[in-house]
Write a protein that binds this ligand. Structure first.
Ligand code: IPM
Ligand code: MN
Length: 353
């Protein structure tokens, strides 16, 4: 297969983990005889520094021209500490989502048997937990009409029927591919937008009679996620709820550095770790590259390259089992591997298996 990949490394630890992701992609390409062409483009804080725009036109074009975007992370404390900054790295991420029409954000919450003890939750709750959160990504309060003056401010939680239908469809179809259980998360007891979501989901139910659907208020869902994470198979929710719930979900596995995500929609899909740019760790070779590496697996699986994806997952599991781990998940007294060393170990495993 021929693949054209736009590589957006971003800020902080982004370039270091991306280097590992690309290394793994190359190992897979060589082994399975795929031709990969990379096109690097700037985004985030360093794009603001260079050209004054966190998602410049040239980067948008590189994304449009590619089959897939491999993204690392953006963000820099110099912007976080300045509430008056006019342009922010995060705006680049939002612009990318909107311009590429990436309305469906797929965030798997997967646990690793050997890391169950790292979770803040009790082992028996975590062991075997495995669900997917599907977050609507281009609507709701993030993009609805906004207003702010000194005395009043609002954000509008606007959703239209087509926006709701297309994301629910993704939810139903994922449930169909998995354990046929879909949880629609909303706040229909208070919010009009949620009531429309629920109404439309109910209208769609008969088309997916093989899927068991339940409806859960978001406050209850946030509790259920930590009291009984194994309850969930696929959950689907609007943008803001999904943002909050997926951070909660990412810590269940024991480290934020483990979980990948995919954003798909109308144009080129984007594959990226769930975690951020961790600026404090930049250049220290301590960041966990696994979320980035598993993002490569998700990308391959998106193109139906199942065997390739499975080999990456097998290699990642083997590295964890062999204690080839970055410091935040290493066992007491275990050797602490760096970002590069974990990447190289996984690369070698792929080459030799
Ligand atoms: C995420 C992030 C972004 C979001 C920020 C950086 C704009 O938190 O991808 O979850 O809120 O969507
Ligand atoms: Mn978030």
């Amino acid at each position: 297969m021929k693949l054209k990949i736009a590589v957006l490394s971003g800020d902080g630890i982004g370039p270091e983990i991306m280097e590992q992701g690309v290394k793994i992609m190359n190992a897979i390409a060589e082994k399975f005889d795929h031709q990969v062409e990379y096109n690097e483009a700037i985004c985030g804080a360093h794009a603001i520094d260079e050209v004054g725009d966190p998602f410049p036109e040239a980067t948008f074009k590189a994304c449009k021209d590619a089959d897939a975007v491999l993204f690392a992370a953006v963000g820099d404390p110099k912007f976080d500490n300045d509430p008056t900054a006019k342009v922010r790295p995060e705006q680049g991420l939002l612009a990318m989502r909107k311009k590429l029409g990436l309305f469906a954000n797929i965030r798997p919450v997967q646990t690793f048997k050997c890391l169950v003890h790292k979770s803040p939750l009790k082992d028996e709750l975590v062991d075997g937990a495995d669900f997917i959160c599907i977050r609507e990504l281009t609507g709701g309060m993030y993009f609805g009409e906004k207003y702010q003056d000194n005395d009043k401010a609002y954000d509008t939680d606007l959703y239209t029927r087509p926006e709701i239908v297309r994301i629910l469809k993704v939810g139903f179809e994922y449930a169909r591919k998995r354990n046929h259980h879909l949880t629609v998360v909303d706040k229909a007891n208070v919010l009009a937008s949620s009531r429309l979501w629920r109404q439309i989901a109910k209208e769609m139910e008969p088309q997916y009679s093989d899927v068991n659907v339940d409806y859960m208020f978001v406050d209850n869902a946030s509790m259920r996620m930590i009291s009984e994470p194994k309850f969930f198979d696929v959950m689907v929710t609007e943008n803001t709820f999904g943002d909050i719930l997926t951070d909660e979900g990412s810590c269940i596995s024991g480290s934020m550095g483990l979980l990948p995500s995919a954003s798909t929609g109308e144009s080129t899909p984007v594959f990226e770790p769930v975690h951020g740019s961790w600026p404090q760790a930049k250049g220290q070779n301590i960041a966990n590259p696994i979320a980035q590496i598993l993002s490569v697996a998700m990308m391959l699986e998106y193109f139906d390259l199942k065997e390739e994806g499975a080999l990456i997952r097998k290699a990642v599991n083997a590295s964890l089992d062999e204690n080839v781990r970055t410091p935040e998940i290493q066992i007491e007294g275990g050797a602490k591997y760096g970002t590069r060393e974990v990447g190289s170990w996984i690369e070698n495993y792929i080459k030799n298996n």
